[in-house]
Design a protein around this ligand. Structure first.
Ligand SMILES: [Zn+2]
Length: 402
């Protein structure tokens, strides 16, 4: 790799051989059980003006609480939305852009092939572009790169990049241009929530009942994930500390065993959120502050609890599996002083508050006269396809988790 510096102060990098990242995003998830429960209970904390629409659809919202997880088997863009590996960025986190747009600008490489056939970059490796070009680059990015993000074809319009060079007095010309988005590599969760909130507000504004339901179901899912400490670290399954399997233990096994009989779900009314971006980051940072306890306490318990009473055989869908024993799970729960219950309660309140905030920001539209939100034929087919892909992919997921 060779670095050259052009007069305008932009660092351009000539890359002799290009490299592509193929990260694997196999984060497991809150159990289906907990996601369904969170979406269902969130409905009960809504004001009557919203309840009139949400209550009749409460089963749908619960049934579709895990659609977002199933999409992970159908689309490579889906998985990063469920987590953020904060340890890959800090602490400290002062330089991590909180707004989704600023983060996309910083974590997207933009390059071109110059007249000699060499590849060079305008922006690369998350280095901010120079002060004097910052504004112009920002505008270029907004108009030309942002609309292309997520597309399979990563080329950019070559005229737009040449225009950018011209306007900024850069003596460069491109034969072709491209982008590579890296923001998703360590997860998108708090940034994706910002987009979801905007989309949901818009759906309320248009009183688009089907879209409201779909987005609320998904929003409930992502907010639920944001409350799970292990969704905020690259050691998401304890795989870096010899604790593989702890993800499912914390977020599936414990709620399945205790959430029905023991948890208190009275969480109070949904509340309006003034600054949603700060709020989403607050949720993931709070989750992240618990990662240490989640891991340390499990490790300590494994050392002190009788080894032959830690894992027990259990039946799942007719299959025999080995899973943490009830007493062992109860001991872990106690050691964490009810953390799983606290996070689940916080998630329920949070989901409702986020739905409520979108509705208020949309001008509190009357939801009592919304058209029937039963899914169309196409949506039913889409659902069936999603489930089919999930079933086909699920086996592979299970294999890789162990
Ligand atoms: Zn998820």
């Amino acid at each position: 790799m060779k670095f050259i510096r052009y007069s305008a102060g932009l660092l351009l990098v000539i890359v002799l051989s290009s490299s592509f990242h193929t990260p694997s995003f196999l984060h497991p998830d809150w159990g289906f059980f907990a996601h369904r429960r969170i979406n269902r209970l969130a409905v009960f904390t809504l004001p009557p003006e919203m309840m009139v629409f949400f209550k009749p659809h409460i089963d749908w919202l619960a049934d579709h609480a895990t659609d977002a997880d199933m999409r992970r088997y159908a689309s490579p863009n889906e998985a990063p939305r469920h987590f953020i590996d904060l340890d890959q960025y800090g602490p400290p986190f002062d330089h991590l852009p909180q707004s989704r747009y600023a983060a996309l600008v910083l974590f997207t490489d933009v390059g071109f092939v110059d007249a000699n056939g060499d590849t060079a970059y305008i922006a690369q490796h998350s280095k901010p572009v120079s002060e004097e070009l910052h504004r112009a680059y920002d505008r270029f990015f907004f108009n030309n790169v942002l609309p292309r993000l997520g597309a399979e074809d990563q080329s950019l319009n070559v005229d737009s990049i040449n225009l950018f060079f011209n306007r900024n007095g850069l003596n460069l010309s491109a034969q072709s241009a491209f982008f590579r988005e890296h923001l998703g590599e360590h997860g998108l969760l708090p940034w994706h929530l910002q987009k979801m909130e905007r989309d949901l507000t818009e759906a309320f504004r248009r009183k688009d009942s089907r879209r409201i339901l779909r987005l609320c179901a998904d929003m409930g899912h992502y907010i639920g994930d944001a409350h799970v400490p292990l969704h905020t670290t690259s050691n998401y399954n304890g795989q870096k500390t010899g604790q593989t399997g702890i993800h499912g233990f914390w977020e599936s096994r414990i709620p399945e065993l205790f959430a029905d009989d023991q948890y208190d779900y009275f969480v109070g009314k949904a509340e309006y959120i003034e600054h949603t971006t700060d709020y989403f980051w607050g949720v993931v940072f709070t989750s992240n502050s618990m990662v240490d306890s989640v891991l340390t306490l499990e490790r300590a318990l494994r050392l002190s609890f009788p080894p032959d009473r830690q894992m027990c055989p259990d039946l799942r869908n007719g299959l025999s599996v080995i899973t943490p024993c009830r007493d062992f799970a109860a001991a872990y729960q106690d050691l964490m002083q009810g953390m799983v219950e606290r996070r689940m309660r916080a998630a329920i309140h949070s989901v409702a508050s986020v739905w409520y905030t979108a509705w208020v920001d949309a001008g509190q539209p009357d939801l009592s006269d919304l058209p029937n939100a039963l899914p169309s034929k196409e949506e039913l087919e889409e659902d069936a396809e999603l489930r089919r892909k999930f079933q086909a992919g699920a086996m592979q997921g299970r294999v890789e988790e162990h």
